[in-house]
Ligand binder design. Structure first.
Ligand code: AMP
Ligand code: GLY
Length: 431
């Protein structure tokens, strides 16, 4: 098969690495890709918002399957446009991607189907929203309705903070969830107390099968301090979701979501990524993402024994029922190297050296998240730049290998956390 992968991050490098190893893959293209992906795939400069150009490329290069990495093209309906052109595409349609694209949509779906989530209300007016905050009190959570690149959620500890968030969101215009439609909606919900966890399922519109567990570290600095990021590292297995909890999440959250989406005529296909709070009453949904996690995918691909390509095809073709995914038992861990300043402002174009020496460490794989080549040099070209990943007999061992590799990388303009996987390592120490 000829496959076109869309995206340019570490998630896409890991997917490209795994798909390139498949005997089913004839030619692998990636748009736009990065310097690391270029080692696995032929990178092509396509504008992902130009769906007609993507369709034209697929026709010209006889692409049999398009795999969509990031949420923006999904929410913009690239799967719909590819499928109507007769090209198979992995990922949800625009209507199904509303599970990520609109928090209000997902909250309403949960309410209508008895799916556990924080109690909430939707608002289109700032004054009404503030009155709600007054009557409710703090802590309370204020969310922009649409895609906001991680900037749309404020967990407010006081009423004043919640009101400031309301003003910021209505003034900022960041809630236009569906391109071309007017936005201007927020969700206010109860604060949930518990331990956060992530859960991933591969879905085909009807059947959902859980992937191995993985957990990321959202905060920028050691000790889970500092600003929220897209994820500064991840490990698998997660350790905070056992088989019984996995069963509850499937039965109480994922399966009813699949049934509801199908009943609405918008069956969900692709990876469904649930952000959860494990509360005293059980698992509750915080949010859905309509895609693989980044950097969780990097550790999942290192642990996936099965061929990825038939799994993605089975999701698209609706035949997951007879499908089985196998995983290596050994843990994997990835450390993100980011440009200093991330998640705020950072410089691009700084030189990274020592990658070959780092990749020579046993059982280490380096996935590029934001890089480009300049002659023979590798330059940083994003906020999150590298994912230094490793496997081991234990999380501790994988962690040691990843940091040994990082020590060989010379990039003064970069930074990373020194404690990725600390919870899992602590769990391993317990008798
Ligand atoms: P979200 O973008 O919806 O995943 O929210 C970002 C982060 O805000 C989550 O990872 C949680 O840490 C936090 N959060 C969101 N909603 C709630 C809630 N209802 N209660 C407590 N924390 C929340
Ligand atoms: N690692 C968080 C995400 O992919 O959204």
């Amino acid at each position: 098969m000829n496959i076109l992968l869309l995206g340019s991050g570490g998630r896409e490098h890991a997917l490209a690495w795994k798909m390139a190893a498949s005997p089913l893959t004839e030619r692998l293209y990636c748009a736009p890709g990065n310097a690391g992906i270029a080692q696995e795939a032929e990178c092509v400069a396509l504008d992902l918002s130009d769906h007609a150009a993507v369709v034209a490329f697929c026709r010209e290069h006889k692409v049999d399957l398009v795999v969509v990495g990031p949420e923006a093209p999904l929410c913009a309906g690239i799967v719909d446009d590819l499928e109507s052109a007769g090209i198979k595409a992995f990922g949800p349609t625009r209507a199904a991607a509303a599970l990520e694209g609109s928090k209000g949509f997902t909250k309403d779906l949960c309410r209508a189907n008895g799916i556990p989530t924080a109690a909430y209300a939707r608002f289109k007016d700032a004054a009404v929203a503030k009155a709600h905050i007054h009557s409710h009190g703090a802590p309370i959570v204020v969310k922009a309705d649409g895609l906001a690149a991680g900037k749309g959620v404020v967990v407010a500890q006081s009423q004043a903070e919640a009101e400031a968030a309301v003003d910021m969101m209505f003034a900022g215009g960041i809630f236009v969830s569906n391109p071309g439609e007017a936005g201007g909606e927020i969700v206010i919900e109860d604060f949930l107390d518990g331990e956060e966890a992530s859960f991933f399922a591969l879905c085909d519109g009807e059947t959902a099968i859980p992937l191995a567990t993985a957990q990321d570290h959202k905060r920028a600095f050691d000790g889970d301090k500092g600003p929220n990021t897209g994820g500064m590292g991840a490990y698998s297995p997660a350790g905070n979701i056992d088989l019984a909890m996995s069963g509850r999440i499937m039965n109480e959250i994922i399966a009813p979501t699949m049934r509801a989406m199908k009943a609405m005529g918008t069956p969900y296909k692709g990876v469904l990524y649930a952000g959860l709070m494990i509360t005293a009453e059980g698992p509750k949904l915080i949010e859905y993402n309509a895609r693989f996690g980044d950097p969780e995918t990097q550790v999942l691909m290192l642990r996936l024994m099965s061929d990825l390509v038939p799994a993605l095809l089975a999701s698209r073709d609706g035949v997951l029922k007879s499908f089985d995914l196998r995983w290596y038992a050994e843990p994997a861990l990835t450390v993100v190297m980011a440009a200093k300043g991330y998640p705020g402002n950072y410089a691009r174009g700084t030189v990274i050296e020592g990658l070959d020496e780092a990749a020579a460490v046993e059982r280490v794989e380096i996935f590029h998240a934001g890089t480009k080549t300049d002659g023979g040099r590798i330059l940083a070209n994003g906020g999150r730049v590298l994912n230094v990943s490793a496997t081991g007999k234990t999380v501790r061992e994988a962690q040691a290998r990843a940091y040994e590799a990082i020590a060989r990388i010379r990039w003064p303009e970069g930074f990373y956390r020194h404690d990725i996987g600390w919870r899992a390592v602590e769990r391993e120490r317990r008798p």
